[in-house]
Design a protein around this ligand. Sequence first.
Ligand SMILES: Cc1ncc(COP(=O)(O)O)c(C=O)c1O
Length: 449
Amino acid sequence: MDRGRLTSLLARERDSQVRRNPRSAAAYAQADHLFGRVPMTWMNKQAAGFPLYLESARGSHVVDLDGHEYVDLCLGDSGAMAGHSPAPVTEAVMRRLATLGGATAMMPTEDAEWVGAELTRRFGLPRWSFSLTATDANRWAIRLARAVTGRPKILVNSYCYHGSVDESLIVVGDDGEGVSRPGNVGAPCEVTLTSRVAEFNDVDGLERQLAHGDVAAVLMEPALTNVGIVLPEPGYLDAVRRLTRRHGTLLINDETHTLSAGPGGCTGAWGLAPDVVTIGKAIGGGVAVGAYGLSAELAAAILDRDDLDLVDMGGVGGTLAGNALSVAAARATLEHVLTDSAFAQMTALATRFTDAVTKVIEAHDLPWSISQLGARAEYRFVRPAPRDGTSSARAADAELEDYLHLYLANRGVLLTPFHNMALMSPATSAADVDRHSEVFAAAVAELLA
Ligand SMILES: Cc1ncc(COP(=O)(O)O)c(C=O)c1O
């Protein structure tokens, strides 16, 4: 690839985005009262110097403040996997908020038990508790794991992402041991005091770390999804389960993104048997909700402990967690939108997406790859597809990524800012996928011309 050509095409696409979006640019320039000019600092992850502002969204499409409509393949990085404002969720939220009243009241509603039962059907774990984010679900699962095992450390995979969880900000260093992940903001202590790390797909590395006997839980995605999609090799997840059992370590599957694999995420699709599942984002249909599910044995072991304060200020809890509005939204999402049949359709569309991208990669013999996990697919600038987080992180190419993101956005297609990821919702159509295929092919052709 001609890097000079890439640089000049990127500059052209940046100019085009600036010219197309004066209202977004002005809103950003005027946001003097926001830290970093954005509601949350990660919104500064964009290629043109300002974020596109949201005006409205419905189904698989969003409209920005300047009136441009996009096929939304980002879908709130899974938060809108159900599509934007699906009717059953809107109705459930309106019923709770307007008709019945009481978004949050420090009282349970019957919807929570319905959602718990449905999550049990999907993931197999029988006892559920709610949070408002997947980060908090992970934080609380980790605390429970430490409490019940009496061990201090959590093991994660290098270049994982589980939200802003202190214990997860560790990567494998050059000597094969853990080091703080670059950029770790305000770490409460040296991360190696709380954490161990192994590469995804590295059974020997995992065994070496577990052999220390101090790991309370392995917190992992069954497929990495935050550094491209890194799929498990045959036998790897079985080995993880075998080794965690052998070393008395609990296994937490974070299914926040890997829910894309099917109605019960990878756990359901691949018949996995974790001790805990954590989840968030998608299951609220756009409304904040997270959850963690425990095995019967683990739930009983925790509840049997009268030294743990699970009720008051013992470190597990959130005032709005499990609120009436968020569980009403989760019920509507799971009952009517992200249904078993919806997943079949979403997965078929992700396959259509993957096939079209593969054709372009092959036609130009590009050293790129694409991986699919059910309703989600992502291209990566390396071939073959990476087998662990560190090699996938090394394959990042910020300039190329920015070019593709801007080229697509300027022609009406949104990818996730942090990924080259496309996610299908129940509202996504074949025409939406084909729009991406067409623009992606044009972007590559121009780059290589
Ligand atoms: C696997 C995984 N777990 C947890 C989280 C954290 O989710 P939230 O930011 O909603 O807390 C994310 C966010 O991307 C994620 O990808």
